[in-house]
Design a protein around this ligand. Structure first.
Ligand SMILES: [Zn+2]
Length: 267
């Protein structure tokens, strides 16, 4: 378990969308509190109860061997655990409290890592922007629901995916997307998330080739996920026919969202 927790700690620090924490920032000392065994056992029993749920089909692609349909199934499992209505899209904090109880979340001033799962309590660094706090909670909640047996090299990417997908629940997001179009700012506002996450979620839900290019890395969906990063950067760097580019406005660094649907799917 200790090793699993260490992995989780690395996780959030390394994969926080767009803002990698400096090396060493995820070490935490002095953790003493432990949630009660009963709370944890009850929550795990609930998880087992709803195992095997199916999720919406989709044609999205994610880099690596991750199965998006299985991840979406985990998202629906989280909502099922919270006994939410089908049309709800809840902030991860509400889901966490509903599933794990009133002490599910602790904001920890001075905590060096962004998030950490201790038993069935999610500890989040105090003072993060609201959208990032929610994402971190979603990430740790994903770890909880998937359990230690899911630990593996892709587990952090899986939990990153679930964290965003929980905030922007598939069919709720798809419905809103039909109403407002590809307006990243509006979607980020509606779902309490970041423009980067909203742009990538469009790629996941629609299968469109969408990427967000940051100074330090590239996040890509659809066909762009299988394209080398430097090629995606080339598309972002200059005007290209068939590539729609939008500057992301809510990040501290310079980043560009690009949609290459017309370029890649030209008849
Ligand atoms: Zn993690």
């Amino acid at each position: 378990m200790a090793r699993a927790h260490a992995n989780r700690a690395r996780c959030v620090a390394a994969n926080w969308r767009g803002r990698a924490a400096p090396a060493g920032h995820y070490r935490l000392r002095g953790e003493t509190a432990r949630p009660t065994r009963t709370d944890s056992a009850q929550a795990r029993a609930l998880c087992a109860e709803v195992d095997g749920l199916r999720s919406p089909r989709n044609g999205a692609t994610l880099a690596g061997p991750l199965d998006i349909q299985a991840l979406e199934s985990d998202v629906e499992k989280i909502y099922r655990l919270a006994r939410s209505r089908k049309r709800d899209a809840w902030p991860p904090s509400r889901l966490a409290v509903t599933i794990l109880g009133p002490t599910a979340i602790a904001l920890v001033p001075g905590q060096l890592q962004l998030g950490r799962l201790v038993g069935s309590q999610i500890r989040v660094r105090a003072g993060l922007p609201a959208a990032i706090t929610q994402w971190v909670i979603g990430h740790e909640l994903a770890h909880f629901v998937r359990g230690p047996s899911c630990a593996g090299p892709d587990e952090e990417t899986a939990c990153d995916y679930i964290a965003a997908a929980v905030q922007m629940r598939w069919h709720v997001f798809a419905a809103r997307l039909r109403e407002v179009g590809h307006d990243y700012r509006q979607l980020a506002l509606d779902f309490g998330t970041t423009e980067t996450s909203a742009a990538l979620r469009i790629g996941e839900v629609t299968g469109r080739p969408i990427a967000v290019v940051l100074p330090a890395r590239v996040y890509a969906r659809g066909e762009l996920a299988s394209m080398p990063d430097d090629r995606v950067r080339t598309l972002a760097a200059a005007p290209w026919p068939g590539v729609r580019k939008v500057r992301i406005t809510d990040a501290r660094d310079e980043r560009t969202a690009l949609d290459a649907t017309r370029l890649l799917r030209r008849a």
